[in-house]
Design a protein around this ligand. Sequence first.
Ligand SMILES: [Fe+2]
Ligand SMILES: [Fe+2]
Length: 208
Amino acid sequence: MHRMMPVGPLMIEHRLIERMIGVMRKEAERIGAGGVPDPDFVDSAVDFIRDYADGCHHGKEEDILFRELAKKVLSPEDDRMMQELIAEHATGRDVTRRMVEANEKYRAGDNSAIAVLVECMNTLGGFYPRHIEKEDRHFFQRAMRYFSTQERDAMLDEELEFDRALFHARYETIVQNAEVRVSGSAAGEHADDRNSHARDSFAAKKAG
Ligand SMILES: [Fe+2]
Ligand SMILES: [Fe+2]
């Protein structure tokens, strides 16, 4: 049976990331033309970028695909491009962090943060489409040549498991936060042992 390549799910995720990036570019344009910023929109865009684009999507790229590629002898060009892609993920995290800070300042009444919000949205809006194009059109297909069918299938399985664990970890976190808010402590004492792979990588991305 022919299965999807492990880059298949990653390319599907790129389409959703592009849609959110498109909305952010429109929002930056609206505010740039004098519109009033919408901090709730920025919150939802940041949640999407952190949880989906970074936690779920870059998580699978870095913790599965790039990890497996690092075990191979890559051509100098492929190796250089992989390092570039990793550096771009880090840039995305930095810009997102600045956007969160600017949003907090704006909420606190600091109008000088508006220009930073617009600049961050424009930076992400310019940078992500190029990053995605580099992966879709250049890196992913070349990367697949390094793997046997068995290795590709194993990566695809690991990606599906990564998503499954991440989904459940996300809702477990929501319940834990609700418990802390209402009663001051979380009830599930073994909660930390479950879905640790996805959550660890997720937490590392958020912290890093
Ligand atoms: Fe990427
Ligand atoms: Fe990607």
